[in-house]
Design a protein around this ligand. Sequence first.
Ligand code: FES
Ligand SMILES: [Fe+2]
Length: 350
Amino acid sequence: MAETGNVALKEDDIRFDESGERLLYKALERFWHPVLYARELVEDKPVPATLLGEPLVVARLGGEARAFRDLCPHRGTAISLGWVEDDALRCAYHGWKFGSDGMCTEIPARFGTKIPGRARLTAYPTTEQAGMIWVCLSDEPELPVPQFPQYTDPAFRIVTVDSYDWNCALPRRIENYVDFAHFAWVHDGVLGDRNQPEVPDHGIDRVAGELRFDHPGMAEPPSSGKNKALDSGEPVEVKIDYRLFMPNTVLLDQWMPSLEQRYLLFFAVCPTGPKTCRSFTLMGRDYSFDERTDQEMLDFNALVIGQDLPLVQSQRPEELPMDLSAEIQIRGADRVAVEYRRWLREIAYA
Ligand code: FES
Ligand SMILES: [Fe+2]
C-alpha cells in the first residue's frame, strides 16, 4: 500500500509506466464512441469526423449510418469531398463509386475493367443510438453502446446541445463532468454554493460496464437557468444518480423530490485525438415542455461549460495520468475519480 493524499493506493494503482497514457489511448479503439449527431447526417451528403486521430467519413447509405476511413484507395483523396448516389459513395476526384460495404463498384474512366480487390474503403462498425452515430475502430467492441432509455420516452422532452471541442483528453473531460468537489467553486450560485463545499459520502459500484454512483443530496439555487421553469423560490433539493458507461459516457439522472420532477443529462465524449475531444450532450426533463424552457436549458448548459472550460483546458498534462500517485487523491471527495482511474488503468493494461 502507498499513500497519496490520504487515499491508500494499491500496488497496482502506482505501477509506473511511461506509456500508460499512450496504452489507454490505443485501448480506446476497442470501445464505441460518438462521432456525430444523427441529425447532422442528411441523406445525400457524406460528413467528415475524427475518431482517435483517424479521419472518418460518415454517410447514410440505404437508410443505415456507415463510417469509413476518409481516404479513397485510388489516390488518397478525402471521400467526404464526394457525395452519396444510389446508396453508394462517389469519390469527387475520378468518380469511383463505393457500396455500403466499402467495395468499389464502378471505375468510370474504364467501364468494364476488372475492379481490383484492394479498391475498397476501410469500413468500421457503426450504429445509431440516442440520436448519435457511434463508431468503433475495432471489429470487436469490448462493451455495448451506452444506453439512454428515456430518449424515446414521450414523458421526457429532449434538447440537443451542439457538439463542442475542447483541448483535453477524453478522460479529463469525463472526470470533470463527475467531479463533485468543483460544483461549489466553479459553479457557485449555479450548481453549488461556496459556503457548502463539502462532498457528502457516496457509494460507488461497478455494474457490468458501468460505474454507478450517486450524490445523495444537494441544494441548487432556484434562480439557476435549469430551475427557472420550476418557479420555486426556495433552493431546489436534488438527488442525483450517475451511470458512467466506461470509458466515455455519463447518464445523470436528477430527482427533485419536493417537485416530483426529473432532469436528465446524457453526455458522451469522442476522443478526437490524444489531447482533444468532442462533447455531445442531450438534456432531458419531464416538466415544462415549451421552447422557452428549451432555450433556458441550452443557455444554462452554455454557462456551466463556459465555467469549466478554462480550468479543464489548463490541466497538465492534458492526459489523465495512469499512475494514481501522480496527482493527489482525497478520501471520500475524490472517490469517483479514483475508481474511474482504476478502471481506465485496467483497460489500458489489459
Ligand atoms: S482519388 Fe478517388 S477516384 Fe481517384
Ligand atoms: Fe463543471
